[in-house]
Write a protein that binds this ligand. Structure first.
Ligand SMILES: C[S@@+](CC[C@H](N)C(=O)[O-])C[C@H]1O[C@@H](n2cnc3c(N)ncnc32)[C@H](O)[C@@H]1O
Length: 213
């Protein structure tokens, strides 16, 4: 977010949805990796950079736990907060996460090592599109949290998700109208993708890939 990313308590205009109630009752830890999330917020405030921490770490952990993925791809590491959330959702999960800011990469690797996930999270330094083009195989889950969701990033990301896998797309409020249209057409309207969940007050949506083409 990135400007205007809502705090969890502000989601849905302050209303608590049934989905949120169910989640909060099931979530063992409502603020996983709170130390890294807080450090990310401090870093962002101090540097005025793009490292806006995701607000609903617990919902992300719960979602990934439910889908039990083996391989997860994240776009937008910042200081490693959500990468740790993703890896914590299961002992065999391996996360590839991409970040172009060299300072964020250094801090993320430190945080990931301190959290004990350095054997299961790989931080790739570079631009999303360039790094994605060099990745091999498909992913069970992909999480976009890299500022504005753009066509040239989302489409290759979506291709890396296996059939039956999930695509979690954040920051939808930053997309231009054409990108929203693209998402509707590419990810939901064609029958290839079905929207299965949403959080951050609808600014993050979750899609399952139903078939290859
Ligand atoms: C919203 S922050 C990610 C927050 C992180 N997921 C968390 O919750 O802590 C977005 C990050 O994506 C990085 N980023 C933005 N555009 C990028 C691009 N095209 N390639 C690589 N990294 C990018 C920024 O440097 C920033 O650290």
């Amino acid at each position: 977010m990135v400007p205007d990313r809502p705090r969890a308590r502000d989601c849905c205009g302050g209303r608590t949805t049934l989905m949120h109630v169910r989640r909060s009752k099931r979530s063992a830890d409502r603020r996983p990796f709170a130390d890294i999330q807080d450090a990310t917020r401090r870093h962002q405030a101090q540097h005025g950079c793009d490292a806006y921490a995701f607000e609903e770490g617990a919902a992300l952990v719960e979602l990934v736990t439910a889908h039990a993925p083996g391989r997860v791809l994240e776009l937008g590491t910042a200081l490693g907060f959500t990468a740790c959330c993703l890896a914590s959702a299961g002992p065999s999960i391996r996360v590839d996460t991409i970040e172009r800011d060299p300072e964020h990469v250094v801090l993320a690797r430190e945080n990931i090592r301190a959290a004990g996930f350095d054997a299961r999270i790989e931080v790739h330094r570079g631009d999303f599109v360039k790094v994605m083009s060099a990745l091999e195989g498909s992913y069970d889950a992909a999480f976009f949290d890299g500022l504005e969701p753009k066509r040239d990033i989302l489409l290759p990301l979506a291709e890396l998700v296996r059939v039956g896998g999930v695509l979690v797309c954040g920051n939808l409020h930053l997309s231009r109208v054409s990108v929203r249209t693209l998402l509707a057409a590419e990810h939901a309207g064609t029958g290839r993708w079905r929207k299965i969940d949403a959080f951050e007050g609808g600014r993050t949506e979750v899609f399952r890939k139903l078939h290859a083409k």
